[in-house]
Design a protein around this ligand. Sequence first.
Ligand code: 2X7
Ligand code: FE2
Length: 333
Amino acid sequence: MAQLAALFESWVSPDLHDSSADADIAPKRLACLMTQGEIVAGCLAPHPPHLVYAENPPQNEPVAEGGWEQLRWGYERLRESLKDVEYDAIVLLSPHWQTYVGTHFLGLPQFKSLSVDPVFPNLFRYHYDLNIDVDLTMKIHDKAAEAGLAVTMMENPDFRVDYGTITTGHMFNPEWDKPLVVISSNRSRDYYSVEVMQEMMIELGKVTREAILESGKKVVVLASNSLSHRHFTTESAIPEDMSKEHITSHAMHLWDMRMIEYFRTGQAQRILDEMPEFTEQAIAESDGGGLSWLLSTLDTPTYPATLHGYGTIIGTGNAIVEWPERNHTEGSQ
Ligand code: 2X7
Ligand code: FE2
């Protein structure tokens, strides 16, 4: 809101001492309000390919006998929560699009191909056809560049989109009827540390938010990552045999529950403060920066998030969480 107020002031202040200017101000104020964008919701939306496998959509080649229902019902609840909410685009950061020189953005209007999970090709061979909101992407890209972040637009039409993006994209919106902004995971944690990664992702989150507000669009932001991320090293004979599914260790469970408690009680700052310990001790997929970025796009929310579901997948911990930002915009802009 502060940025919009400044923008409004910059338009009207030259006129404030001019008594004939009043007539001009109302349409400008209206234009200002009409162009105000909004983040309607921010979500933690994990991407284990098992979820798509278990849903048996026509785009995926392997066939399953169900499985991981707790999480799939969680995604159903998330979709239900947003079904009457209008929005224009989905902005998504996937830890499986790993880039080592800065942050990259999908930069063409359409990407169409086959996405295969390199670790679970038996579960995920998905024929995707996705649309990109190139205009909003450029706005976020340009703002990030202005802020001094290294950024690149991915404009190779043969580029294969990672399974994290596709799984989260499918589970969040199986109709694929909204354009996406897709952001890579800059692996600054690998070169430097969780602290450096987080500093960069907080900056990326701020500019993402600014670009969305200035774009005039209504947007959902999604961080596509698991919580604790210690996998089993072998797969059961029937991958969807739920009698074999559980968290890898008690320590991983405790970390997941701690994070969920912070989500549910509006303690985003505490999550950011504990991110280095969480990421290292729980081998968490927050190493890709998505969770830090998401909380930053939401201006480090102090209101409670909704937990739509929690479950394990091949031993990893996964939570589906929504911050209903649309109900809190006045307080946080
Ligand atoms: O990418 C993943 C993941 N994050 C968790 C579990 C299983 C597979 O893939
Ligand atoms: Fe993953």
